[in-house]
Design a protein around this ligand. Structure first.
Ligand code: ADP
Length: 631
């Protein structure tokens, strides 16, 4: 497996440089925006002040001209060459020159001349007093709610007053271009708007400038507020564009960073996974090997290298025949290899004997499954290879030992059965001897009929003896355990027959209670027969010293859904707790002539058949040995 490149987290440039550049970019954008805003505002402010001063001068000029014209009219009155027609004409000219003049009022001695709106009764007193004192033109405070102010001049008992409409002044004297750029308003000392002019809606955000409106004074001020100019709008648009672009850059950076972060996390996870897999592969005792579809070796783990004695470099890239194939068995290996590459390897694995580099043979069990790549396609075959050499050797040893045990058991049992044999054979032989004497007698007497029947009996007894010999031969003959379907009842009856005469001789009764329709089991009938003979013999032994009524043995068979059972009951001396613990040990015996090997062999035979053998002491005295075998 290839090593992963060093972690990119160590590459500080990748992290620090973009962050630093981004920070600089944001600072530069903010600085540029602030600069543009300030310089724009400053420029607009200068233009605004210039324009305000210009309009203020313009209005000032208007007031001065009005004052001059009123003074000229007052002089005419003072010189006495003024009649009503002249007044009306000159007053009309004054209103013409300044349409903000909405009323003119002249007081000349006892005569009163009047044109336009009437002068209000109050509000002009202060201006009159000042005019009387200084002889100049003086202005009143704002009169009423319609933005009118008065102008008063006096001289030698004559007085001229004019009523000026400030809204009209603004509407006539403020040019259109000014009104397009600014909102112009006259506000009084209480900040109430007296008059205003504007062509567009007010813009609260705009720049504003105020200056005293003098004349006429009395706390009146001119207030000019700038509207957003188209250039300002363009500028704002540009600024907004820059902000949007900056936000997009930030967003892109954020997304990029999230993506990079995701990749880094994935890389870290991959690294952990890789380290975990490497540790796992190194710790495995199972060999792993992967081959492509053509059989080229593409991966081996350390356990496999140890198993075959070749390094990964030597194995990877190799094609059949692989270096670990046994040269004596190449044809078999090749055939097996072709089966595996064709996808026909057995699901539950197959045995394969490979040759280690140093020459020793390694027996393995190989499990193969398809190797699927990231796109879901099969790219080869992955095999796990288990070294089962030790297991095989252990199995062989165990088998050998079992065989030896069985053999020993038979020999011992044969020895134990020597006395039984003597009995078994003695009876027919004695009978034959008796029948032979009788036959000789019948022959000498010429009783052919009796002779014939006696000879038949001799033949019967000879057959009986031959049967005994045959059974004993079968019993002691060495043969491999041979499992075949057999019936527990039949085996039990054979065992009984073998023991019958011995039991009879010792006055022990053997009863039988055999289940009907016993199912067949897979077993070695000779070995099971040996177990039953042993159990029955022990039971007969345990009873033989008992009073006659307790010399009773019962052989019972039963079956359940999944087991068949056999129990040997006796009414003998029972088993003490001390001997109970050691009963199944080899060579444990309480009998003077016993070998103590019978039960030990019985148990190993039953366990070989996956069954169980146990005993219990019966409440009424005596013992029961239970044997159960799976069906
Ligand atoms: P052996 O019969 O040669 O003694 P076994 O292994 O068959 O060897 O039996 C071991 C011992 O178990 C016997 O010596 C005896 O003490 C005890 N034993 C076996 N079967 C019975 C039984 N049915 N009743 C009482 N004791 C028994």
């Amino acid at each position: 497996m290839q090593a992963l490149p060093p972690s990119s987290t160590a590459n500080w440039q990748l992290w620090l440089l973009p962050r630093f550049t981004l920070l600089l970019f944001v600072v530069a954008v903010i600085g540029l925006l602030a600069y543009l805003r300030n310089s724009g505002r400053e420029e607009a402010r200068l233009v605004l002040i210039n324009d305000v001063l210009w309009i203020e001068q313009n209005l000032h000029f208007q007031f001065e001209q009005t004052e001059e014209r009123l003074a000229s009219l007052l002089n005419a009155a003072r010189e006495g060459n003024l009649d009503d027609v002249t007044f009306q004409t000159r007053a009309h000219l004054i209103s013409e020159a300044n349409s903000a003049i909405v009323g003119v009022h002249l007081l000349s001695g006892s005569r009163v001349y009047h044109r336009g709106e009437a002068m209000p009764a109050t509000g002009l007193d202060d201006a009159r007093k000042l005019a009387h004192a200084n002889g100049k033109a003086n202005y009143s405070d704002v009169l009423g709610h319609d933005g009118r102010i008065g102008i008063v001049m006096q001289g030698q008992g004559h007085e001229i007053a004019a009523l000026i409409s400030l809204p009209r002044l603004l509407s006539t004297q403020v040019p259109w271009w000014f009104a397009n750029k600014y909102r112009l308003a006259v506000i009084d000392a209480r900040s109430q708007e007296v008059a205003s002019k504007s062509h567009v809606a007010a813009d609260e955000e705009g720049l504003s400038y105020e200056l005293d409106f003098d004349p006429p004074g009395h706390g009146l001020r001119l207030q000019v507020t700038a509207y957003s100019s188209p250039t300002g709008i363009v500028q704002k648009g540009l600024v907004a564009g820059v902000i949007v672009l900056a936000l997009i850059v930030l967003f892109s950076w954020w997304r990029l960073q999230a993506q990079v972060q995701g990749r880094l996390s994935a890389e870290l996870a991959l690294r952990e996974e890789y380290a975990f897999r490497t540790a796992m592969e190194n710790s495995l005792s199972v060999g792993m090997r992967a081959r492509d579809l053509q059989g080229k070796m593409i991966y081996v783990n350390p356990a496999f290298c140890r198993m075959v004695g070749y390094s990964a470099e030597e194995l990877i890239g190799s094609m059949p025949p692989y270096p670990y194939w046994n040269p004596d068995d190449i044809a078999h290996h090749r055939a097996l290899n072709e089966t595996v590459l064709a996808g026909l390897a057995p699901q539950d694995g197959y045995e394969f004997t490979l040759r280690h580099r140093d020459g020793h043979l390694v027996i393995t069990r190989v499990y193969t499954s398809p190797l699927i790549d990231a796109t879901g396609k099969q790219s080869g075959w992955m095999s796990s290879v288990l070294d089962i050499t030790a297991q095989k050797a252990a199995e062989a040893r165990e088998h050998e030992q079992e065989e030896k045990l069985r053999q020993t058991g038979r020999l011992i049992a044969m020895g134990e059965m020597a006395s039984t044999l003597a009995h078994e054979l003695n009876q027919p032989l004695m009978a034959m001897s008796t029948y032979a004497g009788a036959a000789r007698q019948f022959a000498s007497q010429g009783e052919a009929g009796m002779l014939d029947s006696t000879l038949n009996k001799i033949a019967e007894q000879a057959l009986r003896a031959a049967g005994v010999v045959r059974r004993i031969r079968e019993f002691v003959r060495k043969h491999a355990p041979h499992r075949e379907p057999c019936d527990l009842n039949t085996i039990a009856l054979d065992a009984l027959e073998l023991l019958d005469s011995d039991a009879h001789a010792r006055d022990v009764r053997i009863r039988r209670d055999l289940a009907e329709d016993m199912p067949q089991i897979q077993a070695d009938r000779v070995l099971l027969g040996q177990v039953m003979v042993n159990l029955l013999r022990n039971a007969v032994d345990a009873c033989s010293e008992q009073p006659p009524e307790r010399r009773d043995v019962l052989l019972q068979t039963r079956y359940q859904a999944d087991t068949v059972q056999l129990t040997v009951y006796d009414r003998g001396h029972g088993i003490t707790p001390a001997s109970g613990d050691r009963l199944f040990e080899a060579f444990y015996t309480t009998k003077p002539l016993g070998m103590g090997i019978g039960l030990n062999i019985c148990r190993s035979i039953i366990e070989q058949h996956h069954g169980q053998l146990g005993y219990e002491n019966l409440p009424e005295g005596g013992t029961a040995f239970h044997l159960s075998l799976p069906r």
